[in-house]
Design a protein around this ligand. Sequence first.
Ligand SMILES: NC(=O)c1ccc[n+]([C@@H]2O[C@H](COP(=O)([O-])OP(=O)(O)OC[C@H]3O[C@@H](n4cnc5c(N)ncnc54)[C@H](OP(=O)(O)O)[C@@H]3O)[C@@H](O)[C@H]2O)c1
Length: 330
Amino acid sequence: MDIAIIGASGYAGGDLMRLITLHPHTDLTCATSRKLDGTPVSLDQPHLKGFVDITYTNPDVNDIDADVVFLAVPHTVAMQYAGSLHERGIKTVDLSADYRLPQGIYEEIYGVTHTAYFDAPYGLPELHRDAIKKASFIANPGCFPTGAILAAAPVADLAQTIIYDSKTGVSGAGDTVSETTHYPNVADNINPYKWTAHRHLSEMQLEISRLESRASVHFTPHLVPVTRGILTTAHILTERPVTKDEIQMRYRHMYRDEPFIRLQTPKLASVRGTNFCDIAFEVEDGGRRIVAVSVIDNLMKGAAGQAVQNMNIICGFDETEGLLFPAAAP
Ligand SMILES: NC(=O)c1ccc[n+]([C@@H]2O[C@H](COP(=O)([O-])OP(=O)(O)OC[C@H]3O[C@@H](n4cnc5c(N)ncnc54)[C@H](OP(=O)(O)O)[C@@H]3O)[C@@H](O)[C@H]2O)c1
């Protein structure tokens, strides 16, 4: 399969290149960047030297020809590519937010007009594998929603209220330098941001509601001084008292055949650089609060890894192809 990555010079694009070059059924034939047009990829991303030997290009959307295209560009940019790729039937995984939400909600949350809307399945394989299999254009989920939804999915129908508290590494903000991500502002520090209205909240609310849940869903993210990873604590207040045994059965049952979900104590270091999501839970005395914690690598299960998992599904490959490796520890 020939693969094109639009936005290859970014953080998600870089991790996509790392995965595609190691995947047994794919060749990277196109890596785009406007700023680095004509520059060898390995000059910009030296960790890929010896693995990626092409140069960045900046082709017109209609000249992009590949078996699979990954859109690793900001929201509103992805939609400028998506229409042409969709019309030409080119298999595409979009890592941006442009196709994750119904058009009206998207336009309200992101404050823009969608210029090329069509329906695409939400690319969380653990919940939507059958829909993904039938599609050629996939909306890859956001990084926070991936960890948050997976943490609560087995018990969402029992919940009255779900409060997500997430800690994220700095690569979640992409490779553009800003005041927020400037080293002295991040190091030895923890910063809450968008306390009550982060854009990813609507993805979480939508997906939790699709799990036959009437829960109200809330979310507060914090920036912590690590490069990769998201740890999410879900406080799940239940409609009735629950027992540890019943909750354990639900988690084990829902994730029994999931290759990338591991039910074990979540630690960022255990998933860094991998496509795994580690989850554990406890039930508070009295059974009215479940505390479920998940960890993912925001650039892997939260972006590039999940995108390759979706590519594997739409191309009919084994879902784990090119993705089954452990983190480097310590
Ligand atoms: N970082 C994460 O943890 C994460 C997780 C999940 C999803 N995502 C999503 O994945 C996408 C990429 O994120 P990122 O963190 O990799 O961002 P990034 O590091 O800022 O990279 C953005 C990429 O898009 C290209 N680009 C920007 N504007 C463009 C335009 N108008 N036309 C064509 N190319 C353009 C950039 O290269 P040039 O400027 O040189 O063209 C660069 O290659 C975003 O939609 C983001 O929301 C990111």
